[in-house]
Write a protein that binds this ligand. Sequence first.
Ligand SMILES: O=C(O)CCC(=O)C(=O)O
Ligand SMILES: [Fe+2]
Length: 293
Amino acid sequence: MLTIDLEIDRRYQLSGDDFLSEYVNKSRPVVISGVIQNWDGFTKWSLPYFQSLAPELKIYAKHFNKGKIEIENFTFQEYADVLDKYEQGEQQTLPPYCHDLPLFSLIPELVKDVEPFVLEYLPKWYSYKWWRYCQFFIGPSRSLTPLHFDCLLTNNLFFQISGRKQFTLFLKEDAQYCYRYNWRWFKVDPEKPDLAQYPLYRNAKPIQVIVNPGDILYMPPGTLHHVRSWDKSISFNIDWHTQSSVLQGLAASAKGMPLKNIYYNFLLALGLIFKVPPQVIFKFYKTYLNYVS
Ligand SMILES: O=C(O)CCC(=O)C(=O)O
Ligand SMILES: [Fe+2]
């Protein structure tokens, strides 16, 4: 198969207005640099640092096993030991991936490490306790998140603190070529696509993006992504809607979106469109942060 890898823009310290007009409103992904480097967390964060703040905290890590997700629990110390063994070659099997962890809610002290946060990129509704919408990804080199889109069809700002990751992206139009199952997962493996089994994949246009420490990646709603870590890595994201994307999210109810997701999008629509304050919405929304889908 002939693949021509497309590229996306890389922008330095993009302003909120330009981000909105050139990327969000046009559904174009972008990598933004020059922002994270100013955060204390950029130099401070590591597993031992998290461990020192919350020695008793039990975190969960996931094994992605052919469409099934299995969960294992660790303290940060236990998880750091497993990762060290793997990185030093004492353990061959890939450790589970600490994936979708709402760490700012678990260790609120971490919030001040990412200030000033990029509130100019988000609708004002998120300014109040924005960190409650963030999820962390902490794992070894070679960790993989298989091809999927984010389940509420939100916008995603992804912050890479340490280690590098390779994202293979597809614009939402390419979903039809990637063999969807269970609402948001896709059968094609972009690292070794089986064209005999998945012939339509020939038409898909993968976009390869290396996300380096200090980069922010923006993915528009419905962007497919397959994420391979190159190094031991710490990242987090914030998933967020605009008025327009939440309406499109609700419209996707008719396209097989699970009922639970429709409920969360309905709550966000009440906030973003009908201006119900986040203090009220979050009480109902917060179970989303532990939702494995
Ligand atoms: O970093 C990863 O492995 C997955 C990230 C992801 O899927 C997301 O931010 O939605
Ligand atoms: Fe995702």
